[in-house]
Design a protein around this ligand. Structure first.
Ligand code: CA
Ligand code: CA
Length: 178
């Protein structure tokens, strides 16, 4: 069974990814989210940006293929909750999404994500500032107020793991339920 925290994490992702706020996920939400996120780090290279856009499209393609139980071409909150029931089916998609997002945070390619880039990207997705700050601190920033790209990518993967509890990503959920 997924932990309560895992369910909370997934519910939060649903509410944020419903970028147009109409209560269901559709391709338009992912296009909108892709625009916002790629605009958050203007100095990121074209390759990183198109990889990010591809990752958002891939995310949607996987959701509609795996979770659209009623076949209406949209993902309801109820349909989305199944993402934590069978995580293996989503692993490659989450993996690519995690790598693409973390890479966006490292425009100079030194292997580290500096706090301003992290904050800009997470704000673009829709997380709240207090939660973003708490997560960054939980990653244990090193000299220069930055975290390794791999640490963030792993944090994103963990966020989706149903058995995980007490992880840095839980800081995103605290007080964030809408
Ligand atoms: Ca929507
Ligand atoms: Ca549906």
């Amino acid at each position: 069974m997924p932990t309560t925290k895992a369910n909370d994490r997934v519910a939060l992702v649903f509410s944020l990814f419903d970028a147009d706020g109409n209560g269901v996920l559709e391709p338009e939400d992912f296009a909108l989210m892709g625009e916002r996120v790629t605009a958050a780090v203007p100095e990121a290279g074209d390759r990183a940006k198109s990889r990010m856009l591809d990752a958002f499209r891939g995310y949607w393609d996987t959701l509609v293929r795996e979770l659209d139980a009623d076949g209406d071409g949209r993902i309801s909150p109820e349909e989305f909750t199944a993402i934590v029931l069978d995580p293996q089916r989503f692993e490659p998609t989450v993996d690519e999404f995690a790598e693409a997002l973390a890479a966006m945070g490292d425009p100079n390619g030194d292997g580290f994500v500096e706090r301003p880039h992290f904050t800009a990207l997470m704000t673009a997705i829709g997380f709240r500032r207090a939660n973003i700050d708490a997560l960054f601190e939980a990653f244990g920033p090193v000299e220069g107020d930055r975290v390794p790209v791999a640490v963030w990518a792993d944090g994103i993967r963990d966020y989706y793991r149903p058995e995980k509890d007490g992880i840095p990503g839980d800081h995103l959920v605290a007080g964030a339920t809408r």
